[in-house]
Ligand binder design. Structure first.
Ligand code: PEP
Ligand code: MG
Length: 591
């Protein structure tokens, strides 16, 4: 037909973080850009333009006040005071008058004027010698972004832009954006930024939403309305796929469905090797809704409840009672299987709506997780109390994240005992001997595992962070994703060391990082002596399939070979060879 043509197919390769084959139209999420479109206005339009500006200022003022109140409740006044500076900007009459004067004089809409005035103020401040003043430049830029969004009637909540079923195409999604995904509408997502163990990737798996990240330029190549085919396992994105491609993928999807059906039959079978060695598979959960699928996917119990997700993407942060209800629900749903409740790992990329860490140059090395909790007992104690109250069911366990020295464990335990005394006085029922564990995800903690061991009853290896901190490779940065190697000899040796120390002290060691969910690496971890694998529920069937096709004696031999290897590539190769031999079907689903 005249004027009609088939758009040519474009193939992009990124990092597949959540498997699945999906075909849908793209919806590009608009980015908050600094570019404002200029429009000439008539003299008669000036009052209207100024009124629009005043309304946006009022809305911005209210939003900042709301955020500030939330931050004060959770992190205390010291953190909330960051927003005083934002308030000063939005209420600054010199700034406001400057914008209004220019709108009247140049007869243009408010957006480009405000942008120009804001840039001028920010540039001036950033050149100041005084570090306090130079840091205010960032406040001006932040507030300007918010005012611009209000002028456009937009929200800073990216997911609110989605109106119909689609594949979301975005520059980046934060873990809280991902947590607020509506699965009825978002069939998959693809992003320019991101990597395999970023929290956004973890959320995608949790929600079972296929996703490809780290595509660098997908937002530049795709337009809203383009047809997309996503292969979440292989990390492939086909833009305007050909009919041959669609047909080939239709067959692949059918084949994968058959494998899934086969794996589902393992649901009630034990995670036991061919020679009778049992390796419990527990689940990592971020959201309470996931509790339903834990058993369905054949996992038993929770090896990691990332409680910080209760604080992400919500308007009202949960208090002690709300947290207690959440932990109780988890404990009851899994009883008598264990439920490991990890205390808040907030900070870095996991910040509740409106929180920011403006004064931290390296937030992943900064005030996060156990550090933040210990310096904010008003945040930590309600959580400890809520966990203790839920421990009236004796399957509840507690775990501290990102421990880097023994003192942190001792201080957290002191606070825990204090909470126990308070709860006793208040007449609450709880488990006095609640098992306490720590994450081993910082190299210093791995190396002093023997010193930490007397203070806890189990370890959980957080390989996502352990790899990031050992190799100095940002786990969320697609530019260095090729250097992020779970099979690096440093990682194999650290795991081996921690497991040996834990067993010497009579402790249990679980792996709850993504490494445990990679079916190719499961035999290696078992051979290294890991006692339990905690994985996102969607990965549990594959992990169980591998365990059931494995000989424990074979896993030990594999680990011995790995321990005398010298390169990550060699370890990866021998792990691959084993999977290709014993469970090749999982390769179809996982890579
Ligand atoms: C880890 O670091 O491996 C881990 C399980 O914790 P998170 O991914 O939540 O940082
Ligand atoms: Mg971690």
């Amino acid at each position: 037909m005249a004027g009609e043509y088939e758009k040519s197919e474009i193939i992009l390769k990124g990092i597949g973080v959540s498997p699945g084959i999906v075909v849908f139209k793209a919806q590009l999420l608009s980015q908050q850009t600094d570019k404002a479109v200029q429009r000439t206005i008539a003299v008669t339009e000036v009052p209207l333009e100024i009124a629009r500006f005043e309304e946006a200022l009022i809305a911005t003022h209210e939003q900042i006040k709301h955020i500030q109140k939330q931050v004060a409740e959770v992190l205390g006044d010291e953190h909330a005071s960051i927003f005083d500076a934002h308030m000063l900007v939005v209420d600054d009459r010199t700034f406001i008058e400057d914008v209004i004067r220019t709108v009247k004089k140049d007869l243009v809409n408010v957006e480009p004027v405000m942008q120009a005035v804001s840039n001028r103020y920010a540039d001036m401040l950033s050149k100041m010698e005084d570090s306090y003043l130079s840091e205010r430049a960032a406040d001006i830029r932040d507030v300007t972004k918010r005012i611009m969004a209000n002028l456009a009637g937009e929200t800073l909540d990216q997911m609110a832009q989605i109106s119909e079923e689609c594949i979301v195409v975005a520059h980046d999604l934060s873990p809280s954006d991902t947590a607020s995904i509506d699965r009825n509408k978002v069939k998959a997502f693809v992003t320019d930024l991101g990597s395999s163990t970023s929290h956004t990737a973890i959320m995608a798996k949790a929600l079972e939403v296929p996703a490809v990240v780290g595509l660098h330029n997908v937002t530049a190549v795709v337009a809203s309305g383009d047809m997309l085919l996503i292969d979440g396992a292989k990390g492939l994105v086909f833009i305007n796929p050909t009919s041959e491609r669609l047909e080939k993928y239709r067959k692949r999807a059918k084949y994968q469905e058959l494998i899934h059906l086969e794996l589902n039959t393992l649901r009630d079978k034990p995670p036991e090797t061919r020679d009778g060695y049992l390796v419990p598979i527990t689940a990592n959960i971020e959201l309470l809704e996931e509790l339903e699928v834990v058993g369905e996917r054949g996992a038993k119990g929770i090896g990691l409840f990332r409680t910080e997700f209760l604080f992400l993407g919500v308007d009202t942060l949960p208090d002690e009672e709300a947290q207690y209800q959440a932990y109780l629900k988890a404990a009851e749903s899994q009883y008598p299987s264990p439920v490991v409740i990890r205390t808040l790992d907030l900070g870095a990329d996991k910040l509740p709506v409106g929180f920011s860490n403006p004064n931290e140059l390296n937030p992943f090395l900064g005030d996060r997780a156990i550090r933040l909790c210990l310096s904010h007992p008003e945040l930590f104690k309600p959580q400890l109390r809520a966990i203790l109250r839920a421990s009236k069911h004796d399957n509840v366990r507690i775990m501290y994240p990102m421990v880097s020295c023994v003192q942190e464990v001792m201080d957290a335990n002191t606070l825990l005992r204090q909470c126990m005394m308070e709860l006793s006085k208040e007449g609450y029922d709880f488990n006095q001997n609640i098992p306490i564990g720590t994450m081993i995800e910082v190299p210093s903690a791995a190396l002093i595992a023997d010193i930490i061991a007397p203070h806890v009853s189990y370890f959980s290896l957080g390989t996502n962070d352990l790899i990031q901190y050992t190799m100095a490779v940002d786990r969320g940065n697609e530019n260095v994703a090729h250097l992020y190697k779970p099979t690096h000899m440093a990682i194999i040796r650290l795991i081996d060391h921690v497991v040996k120390v834990s067993h010497k002290h009579g402790l249990w060691t679980c792996v709850c990082g993504q490494m445990a969910a990679n079916p190719v690496l499961v035999p290696l971890l078992i051979g290294l002596g890991v006692d339990e694998l905690s994985v996102s529920p969607s990965q549990a069937p594959m992990v169980k399939d591998v365990i059931r096709k494995l000989y424990y004696s074979g896993a030990i031999k594999l680990a011995q070979k790995a321990l005398i290897s010298s390169t990550a590539e060699h370890v990866e190769q021998i792990c691959h060879d084993m999977i290709r031999e014993i469970a090749p079907e999982v390769l179809e689903l996982s890579e």
